[in-house]
Design a protein around this ligand. Structure first.
Ligand code: FEO
Length: 391
């Protein structure tokens, strides 16, 4: 598919992929975008595709009439973009891999590409293709420390690799339904980018003076209205939180479930939005998305073998790894005869910069005093949200 004259999308759509890194749900599949730029003098391929789709990339290069590639621009060493480089180097043996020194080291380690195949570039350096000029911009930590993007000066197209991407398989080259892409891009941000919020803020600042007509990321459709996704990112990486409580929980014998249901009603009565996730059935990506904006997380767990239920522990570990901007946390749950469920969960979320609000734990079936404590917890959360000015 052609983005602009002599600029082609030659990557692969992966309609069927449902999991990334054996962890991240992809309900709408994904794509591995690779772009071919034919300059008047040189031809560059920007990124390749996941090794499972190398045949698609090669087919597309043939269809685009590519008898020569001079440069393979490697923005990022992760294999969904770099994994086909060895095959492309075999097909186009005169091609050089253009990347930064850190990415070069990773590609040598991960893909065993020979050192003499590389040309390394510095931040801001340009490379002429004749009538088209590539400018390389380091954008570390979106997604790995070596990641860089390319700004195509004459066409005002920014190719930022993972940055601004979305896990969305679609036959449309450009974004057609912004609401749909917003969801996919937010899921992508939540699952991949959220831990690097500060770095993303710096990178947004770094590109703010570039004149960008098109953003062509390495996953999902191309943005011909870049303001849409840049504004979304500005919102997600800001310190602003919403009047929301995220409530992942597990209940084994209904004690915790009754507390959760009472708590949800109490929050709704106080005008607080609640996102409740039964971890037995929930899509962990939806949980991650809900953490992008919420002011508060409350985990609900029974006590199993003296600790939190393993599924709740998993959700706590995930939240701790994603490091959302959540401001407050608490725990509700139950126990039969003892244990350290609260201490276990609290120890798992030490990365979160949260104020812990006093947990509520019932012995067995919750009693009136437990429901009263739940109401007080909802009151405290409302007070904290009011103090932030978000109610
Ligand atoms: Fe799409 Fe970090 O690779």
């Amino acid at each position: 598919m052609q983005l602009r004259p002599n600029i082609y999308a030659v990557g692969a759509i992966d309609w069927d992929r449902r999991l990334f890194d054996e962890l991240i749900p992809l309900p709408d599949g994904t794509s591995y975008n690779s772009y071919l730029i034919k300059g008047s003098g040189k031809i560059a391929l920007l990124d390749t595709v996941d090794p499972t789709k190398t045949d698609v990339l090669i087919d597309n290069l043939v269809k685009a009439g590519t008898d020569r590639i001079d440069y393979i621009i490697a923005h990022h060493a992760e294999q969904d973009h770099s994994g086909s480089i060895p095959d492309i180097l075999m097909l186009y043996p005169d091609a050089k891999v253009v990347t930064n020194p850190k990415c070069k080291g990773m590609l040598v380690d991960l893909l065993q590409i020979s050192e003499d195949k590389f040309i390394t570039v510095e931040d801001g350096q340009t490379l002429s293709l004749g009538d088209k000029t590539l400018q390389f911009i380091y954008i570390p930590w979106v997604h790995w420390p070596e990641t860089m993007g390319t700004y195509l000066q004459e066409d005002k197209i920014f190719f930022p690799c993972d940055f601004f991407g979305s896990h969305l398989a679609t036959s449309s080259l450009f974004v057609e339904d912004e609401a749909l892409v917003y969801e996919s891009a937010k899921r992508y941000y939540a699952e991949i980018m959220m831990p690097f919020r500060t770095a993303i803020r710096n990178n947004l600042e770094k590109i703010k003076d570039l004149q960008i007509d098109i953003i062509a990321s390495s996953h999902g459709p191309v943005y011909d209205n870049p303001k849409f996704i840049i504004d979304a990112y500005k919102d997600w990486v800001s310190d602003n939180v919403k009047n929301e409580v995220v409530l992942p929980y597990i209940s084994m014998h209904d004690s915790t479930r009754r507390m959760v249901e009472h708590f949800v009603d109490a929050l709704i009565e106080r005008g607080i939005t609640v996102k409740q996730f039964n971890l037995s059935v929930t899509d962990i990506g939806k949980l991650a998305m809900s953490l992008v904006d919420a002011a508060t997380i409350v985990l609900g767990s029974p006590t199993v073998l003296k600790a939190a239920h393993p599924k709740v522990a998993y959700a706590a570990i995930l939240a701790n790894a994603l490091r959302p901007k959540t401001k407050f946390a608490s725990i509700i749950g139950s126990y039969g005869w003892g244990g350290k469920m609260v201490e276990h969960i609290a120890g798992l979320i030490s990365n979160l910069k949260v104020e812990i609000i006093e947990p509520v734990v019932a012995k067995g079936h919750p009693k009136d005093s437990d429901f009263t404590a739940i109401e007080k917890l909802a009151d405290k959360i409302l007070t904290k949200h009011k103090e932030l000015g978000i109610t």
